[in-house]
Ligand binder design. Sequence first.
Ligand SMILES: [Zn+2]
Ligand SMILES: [Zn+2]
Length: 351
Amino acid sequence: MTPTARSCNVAAGKVLCPRVAVLRSSQLPLRRRDRRWAVDTDWIESYTLDLRRGDGVGVFMRLLGAHVSIAGGVEKAPERGHELICNTIQIFTKSNVQWAAKPLAARQKAGFLSNLDRFGIQMAFAHACYLINLCSADAAIRKRSWRGLATEVERCAFLELPYLVVHPGSHGGQGEQVAIEAIVQGTLWAVEKAARMKAGNLPMLLFETTAGQGNGVGWRLEQLAEILTRLKTLPVGICLDTCHIFAAGYDLRERHAYERTLADFDRCVGLDRIRVFHLNDSLGELDSRRDRHAHIGRGKIGLEGFRLLLNDPRFADRPMVIETPKGRTASLDVANLRRLRRLIAPSSATE
Ligand SMILES: [Zn+2]
Ligand SMILES: [Zn+2]
């Protein structure tokens, strides 16, 4: 499907700062029927670019948001994103700490999709449950994980989500090559199983860069490159987590280091394979191999790394979400997002 002209003819609502405004629900720029989130990524790209170029330009310059809870049902998530002034959300589509999940009802899907429009969420995507370990050394857990991934893919298809972020896994002492083989076979198996369920267009699977803690796979670029190459028959890409790559030894703290890291990434994996970013500062030092998220600008990466990323025209249309530590209220997420928005140079809105 080719993109048609969007109804971007919106006036910005309440202006919070010179660069960001909140849309009231009546001013939303989207027509739900026009949206076709699928593995058709060119469409997604033109769609997001289209929004930035339309009359809505300057309202939100970036697809920026947070991971939000689905407590009470997936249909509740868009409003939570709206409260944090997000135009992008990441969700789990099921409990993150249980294997079992009740099937999603058609009523929930309808509520979720209409609330995305109602609350101005331009992009929503999913993160797979943390229990999944596609390359577990325990055969029972490995098989359960493959089945779990199939369920996750099917739920994303049902909810029309374009991306599913998944951790490559932890090899439990078997070694990287055995692990990569299991990740590849498990992904092929899960996607084929999900496709048979015919829930809708399948999401693109995004393997998340990891910190290299313990026996984690996916912290070296070569490992990610091998997984993508082996899965070249499927729509797969990368979710780049700033905390994780920093902890894995890839520096982002100032321009020179940032450019070198991206050049390495481009050579090895390809920058175009990065579809989503997780913006987290790191409690651990560079190359500490510790997966400990810090508030934006309060960790070892610092604000400059985020400024470089947020203003990098190569990623202007890529959704970016925070997964920084949450408190009892939304205030920590709000503060982290505000800190990020303030780093966006006004000129980059029209790049
Ligand atoms: Zn992450
Ligand atoms: Zn992490």
